[in-house]
Design a protein around this ligand. Structure first.
Ligand code: UGA
Length: 445
């Protein structure tokens, strides 16, 4: 048994669980605390309460290095470096709700022994306030850049690790750097406010890239260009890069919508109107409305029509439905009087809670049976493997709106579908010259 002091992890949600299991994988003892006894019980028995590739294996392999508890005392007894991973959900006004962070700070002794390493996303200024109000706690800002679905790989192979040390926290920053250095990413040592801003600015920039390519897609539809070709050509410029240029139904998840609003709000609180982010948010909303417009183009009024949503999670490889496009689409479609069915390979449980008024099916095929149209909301690989040729006959109308440009457009059209993506050239035809509802209905069965 190692006599190394354990790393403390406070909050075992998605960020905390990835942090805890990855540090254990790197050979460190970890004591992880969460106020939810059910979660702690499940993890202590080796059961992972979230869908994140690789976590179950890490938990199984490193069980003896990981302790889960509901008691803060258990953490404070042995750990000195405490990674704060509690969530900071947006409030109604768009500000981040910091009550959970404040609850953690209030439980830490101010005897100069403990360091709080902030992984939770907090607005710029939070660290400074904690340093001011609790000077006996060494404060380090170390924002996380993990992506759901690839979090384990992202943790173990970071592009960079940002470490902002508060006053008197150099010892803690050096320890944090020591933990991450073996992973090989660039280490950015900076001050607390800049570290916090790096996190918000990075997420806001990525969201801006997505809204930008979505607007390009909308223009492509008007001029008969293909956004996937445009993104490919743009992305080859190293100053632009190919990542986050996939047009679609807009970004979702627990991070981009929250962080873009938080940054906009943060700027607003200082009297600065962040115009660009206002547009980024508006474009993201508009993308979902465009899906409804595309369905109406093929089906006319949606009242009484049955629409199958394929994919409910905010992206593949996660069961997370926070701010997922499916939520907005389902409620808009129901508002139009449509009957909505939904299928997702892993987020059925979350969907049952968040979308209680839609019919959840056990398979994509069941969702499509007799449906007037399908919308690809999440690009789960299994949707590309469906036998669309035979499914066409099972649908009432062969209409597919692909909100992720995921299926093979040519193959779908060749199979007799009225198929629309986002910003895709329509085999040379302008989108408004594409197959109409009538021709879709007349498609050979
Ligand atoms: C995002 C960031 O990518 C992470 O670096 C960051 O750590 C994390 O937020 C966070 O702040 O915790 P995540 O929300 O897991 O990660 O998901 P992404 O893979 O970034 O996707 C976000 C959304 O953008 C998804 O809805 C996805 O479908 C959409 N997206 C992504 C696009 O519409 N187009 C793209 O080209 C890329």
């Amino acid at each position: 048994m190692s006599d190394e002091r354990p790393i403390g992890v406070i909050g075992v949600g998605w960020v905390g669980l990835v942090t805890a299991t990855c540090f254990a994988e790197l050979g460190h003892p970890v004591v992880a605390m969460d106020i939810d006894p059910q979660k702690v019980r499940a993890l202590s028995r080796g059961r992972v309460p979230i869908h994140e590739p690789g976590i179950a294996e890490l938990l199984e392999r490193n069980g003896e290095r990981l302790t889960f508890t509901t008691e803060m005392e258990d953490v404070l007894e042995s750990a000195r470096l405490l990674f704060c991973c509690v969530d900071t959900p947006p409030t109604y006004s768009g500000d981040a709700d910091l009550s959970r962070v404040q609850a953690v700070v209030s439980q830490l002794p101010e005897d100069g022994q403990y360091a709080l390493v902030m992984k939770s996303t907090v607005p710029s200024g939070t660290g400074r306030a904690i340093c001011r109000d609790a000077p006996g706690i060494a404060y380090v800002s170390c924002p996380e850049f993990l992506k759901e679905g690839t979090a384990v790989q992202d943790f173990l192979h970071p592009d960079r690790v940002v470490i902002g040390a508060g006053a008197g926290a150099e010892w803690a920053a050096a320890e944090v750097e020591g933990l991450y250095r073996p992973l090989g990413g660039k280490i950015v040592r900076t001050d607390v406010a800049s570290a916090e801003m790096i996190k918000l600015a990075a997420n806001a920039f990525l969201a801006t890239k997505i809204s930008f390519i979505n607007e390009i897609a909308n223009v492509c539809e008007e001029v008969g260009a293909d956004v996937t070709e445009v993104a490919r050509g743009m992305g080859l410029d190293r100053r632009i890069g190919p990542a986050f240029l996939r047009a679609g139904a807009g970004y979702g998840g627990s991070c981009f919508p929250k962080d873009v609003s938080a940054l906009k709000q943060l700027a607003g609180n200082t009297g600065y109107h962040f115009q660009l982010l206002t547009a980024v948010i508006e474009v993201n909303e508009l993308q979902k409305r465009r899906i409804i417009g595309k369905l109406q183009k093929h089906l006319g009024p949606l009242a009484g029509k049955t629409i199958a949503l394929l994919g409910l999670a905010f992206k593949p490889d996660t069961d997370d439905m926070r701010e997922a496009s499916s939520l907005v689409l389902a409620s808009r479609l129901q508002g139009e009087g449509a009957t909505v069915r939904g299928y997702d390979p892993v987020s059925r449980e979350a969907a049952a809670k968040l979308l209680p008024s839609i019919e959840l099916t056990d398979s994509a095929t069941d969702a499509l049976d007799g449906a007037d149209a399908a919308v690809i909301v999440t690009e789960w690989p299994e949707f590309a493997e469906l036998d669309w040729g035979s499914l066409r006959d099972r649908m009432a109308k062969p209409v597919v709106v692909d909100g992720r440009n995921f299926l093979d457009a040519r193959a779908m059209r060749a199979a007799g579908f009225a198929y629309e993506g986002i910003g895709l050239a329509n085999d040379g035809a302008r989108p408004n010259e594409a197959e109409s509802a009538e021709s879709a209905e007349a498609a050979p069965r």
